[in-house]
Design a binder for this molecule. Structure first.
Ligand code: ARG
Length: 460
């Protein structure tokens, strides 16, 4: 029979079955990792005298020829290849003959595909971290530039308290910092080598799994063969990291959309990151921000898909597990491009302070600060809260600001209060006074930036 596993078969696979069964259309992405894994494997087999040195050299040379041919597009895969492991092994045998038939000694595709995906993901994690470092450096730059620029802080999408723009940037900085740390944790946990687990239970041949782990840059071999070929929790961890980080990006993207809206006009996104309308000549749409907001959906989908594939599967390998790759690749591609698009868009965005300032008169941004002034003269906070609440009511009726209240009006709310006691309630004074650890005052933001920069520099 045609396939390398066809010994016990009397019939070829039905054509529809071939198509349904094959993963070559997507797992060809793993060809470099598959060849790296095979090279390490045969080196170890020769060192252990399971195959001869001559055979291992022939295999390695043959694999390198195949690698070049794939890279140069000289090998075109087709459905008969089944998967990337079969595609490479069958071409090796075609090319070098008998020695090639020894490549698959003491391994199975069940461990092989897992070595490939782990190596692939390790590389991608390093690249994603690089992109997140870049995003963090753009955020730090912006935070520095705007560390003392006042803007409106919202809760429930309503004016809440004045904050500095730099402070808001540093809030996102913290989220992406945790995303990076999560990736590091995931990397460390997945950095163990399943090669040599074989089908599910190891092998009778005298292999050295520590050696292949070392050759491939893993910290150790996996402890239990059955677990090695059965679990995909490292991919799920990655997908959950991707989902969380995409959620962070989508939240900021949403802020870009409304900051860019006609009602807000807080920002000007660079032309090169916007698109026009095919019918409305005046439009400049924040499509990249909207796409970023939308892209998170596919990454959540990728995670739920794999969780669902794995649910209820018995030990050890099941073919269901072949479904672990497309969603993972999609999440890698989506996350990577999203980080870069967002970082570049952020870098090119101007904050229109004159527009932002127009909003300062709305929503009694300094109400909490006034209540805190009252606390400082000995009024319990609950009472202070109620006094300022009543002041808001009077202002709303008069359609004015706290500054426009008369001494009498204030005094009639509470006999202890005079207008003078309101103190300096300019937004600048309010922001400058929020020096509590982690607060929004420019000096605090500076401190946060400094700590953030030290952390980032330690990783670069
Ligand atoms: N292509 C398969 C996968 O990615 C690996 C092959 C294992 N298949 C098997 N029938 N044992 O999961």
């Amino acid at each position: 029979m045609g396939s390398l596993w066809g010994g016990r078969f009397e019939k070829d696979m039905d054509d529809t079955v071939k198509l349904f069964n094959a993963s070559i259309a997507f797992d060809q992405r793993l060809y470099n990792e598959d060849i790296d894994g095979s090279v390490a494997h045969v080196k170890m087999l020769a060192e252990q005298n399971i195959i001869s040195l001559d055979e291992s050299e022939k295999i390695i040379d043959g694999l390198e020829v195949i690698r070049n041919k794939i890279t140069n597009g000289e090998i075109v895969f087709n459905v008969d290849d089944e998967d990337i492991h079969m595609a490479i092994e069958s071409r090796l045998i075609e090319q070098i003959g008998d020695a090639g038939k020894k490549l698959h000694t003491a391994r199975s595709r069940n461990d092989q595909c897992q070595v490939d995906v782990r190596m692939y993901l390790k590389n991608e994690i390093m690249e994603i971290k690089e992109r997140l470092f870049y995003l963090e450096s753009v955020i730090l730059e912006k935070a520095e530039k705007y560390h003392n620029f006042i803007t409106v802080g919202f809760t429930h999408m309503q004016h809440a308290q004045p904050i500095t723009l730099g402070f808001m940037f540093m809030a996102y900085f913290q989220m992406f910092k945790r995303d990076i740390e999560r990736l590091t944790d995931t990397y460390d946990r997945m950095n163990v080598c399943p090669l040599g687990a074989c089908a599910l239970a190891g092998t009778t041949l005298p292999i050295n799994r520590h050696r292949t782990a070392e050759l491939l840059g893993f910290s150790a071999p996996t402890e239990n063969a059955m677990d090695s070929v059965s679990d995909r929790d490292y991919s799920l961890e990655f997908l959950s990291n991707a989902s969380i980080s995409m959620m962070h990006l989508s939240r900021w993207a949403e802020e870009f959309v409304w900051w860019n809206s006609s009602e807000f006009s807080y920002i000007a996104i660079d032309d090169s990151y916007c698109t026009g309308s095919s019918i409305m000549p005046q439009k400049k749409n924040p499509d990249m921000a909207e796409l970023l907001r939308g892209k998170v959906g596919r990454v959540y989908g990728d995670m739920i898909q794999l969780l669902t594939v794995m649910k209820g599967t018995p030990l050890a390998y099941n073919k269901d597990f072949q479904e672990d790759k497309e969603g993972l690749f999609d999440a890698v591609d989506t996350w990577k491009s999203s980080i870069l698009i967002f970082a570049n868009m952020l870098e090119k965005t101007e904050f229109k302070m004159d527009q932002i300032e127009k909003q300062f008169t709305k929503g009694f941004l300094n109400a909490t600060d006034i209540a805190e002034h009252f606390v400082k003269i000995g009024i319990p906070f609950r009472e202070a809260h109620s006094i300022v609440g009543q002041m808001v009511k009077v202002c709303e009726n008069k359609n004015c600001d706290f500054n426009n209240l008369t001494d009498d009006e204030i005094n009639s709310i509470d006999a202890r209060i005079t207008k003078k006691l309101l103190g300096d309630i300019s937004l600048e004074a309010c922001v400058n006074a929020r020096v509590s650890f982690g607060g929004t005052a420019p000096v605090e933001v500076k401190r946060q930036i400094e700590i953030g920069r030290k952390w980032l520099d330690s990783l670069l």
